[in-house]
Design a binder for this molecule. Structure first.
Ligand code: APR
Length: 167
């Protein structure tokens, strides 16, 4: 089942895993990366340091520290350079590899922020289409795929886009 909700992903409960929009060096940052590390606590950063890095489009997994979930999957979306540097495929890869990592760890429910649409500047409409298209590919493999939107406009965009994709 795909669900779309408005909220702070660090507060998610009754879900196995949340996804972080990280950077390749896994050193934390602002945005959702900063919020997740602040809420999860230093143990997650220690694990990230041990992992060392994550190429754009890939995904790694850590524990969830003080969060009310079991795991955090850290994925790295593309920085938007206008769309001709392979960004769409890299964003697809980020969602795809997050789902693959979740399946590897028998995760049955997962929540995503809107990867790359903040600091990395990816246009929201295109990013939402990619996020939900990949989600629909994996929908049957999870009890819940949740998209946690941080603004009402994102929420509306996700709801409209899912409605269009479902036809
Ligand atoms: N809960 C849910 N969504 C959030 C939260 C939150 N607490 N905080 C921010 N967001 C949303 C933003 O509104 C945006 O829609 O997450 C989306 C992704 O924005 P960023 O966090 O800026 O991530 P991204 O654009 O992928 O840039 C990643 O930013 O924080 C740094 O270290 C990170 O270098 C990396 C880069």
């Amino acid at each position: 089942m795909i669900t779309i909700k408005l909220g702070d992903i660090t507060l998610e409960e009754n879900i196995d895993c949340i996804v972080n929009a990280a950077n390749e060096r896994l050193v934390g940052g602002g945005g959702v990366d900063g919020a997740i590390h602040r809420a999860a606590g230093p143990s997650v950063m220690t694990e990230c340091r041990q992992i060392g890095s994550c190429p754009t489009g890939s995904a790694v997994i850590t524990s969830a520290g003080d969060l009310k979930v079991l795991h955090i999957i850290h994925t790295v979306g593309p920085i938007w350079y206008g769309g001709a540097q392979g960004e769409p495929q890299q964003l697809k890869d980020a969602y795809y590899n997050s789902f693959k990592k979740a399946l590897e760890y028998k995760i049955k429910s997962i929540a995503f922020p809107a990867i790359s649409t903040g600091v990395y500047g990816y246009p929201k409409n295109e990013a939402t289409l990619i996020a939900l298209s990949v989600g629909l590919e994996f929908e049957s493999k999870f009890d819940e795929i949740r998209y946690t939107c941080f603004s009402k406009s994102d929420l509306t965009n996700y709801q409209l886009t899912l409605h269009k994709l479902r036809g």
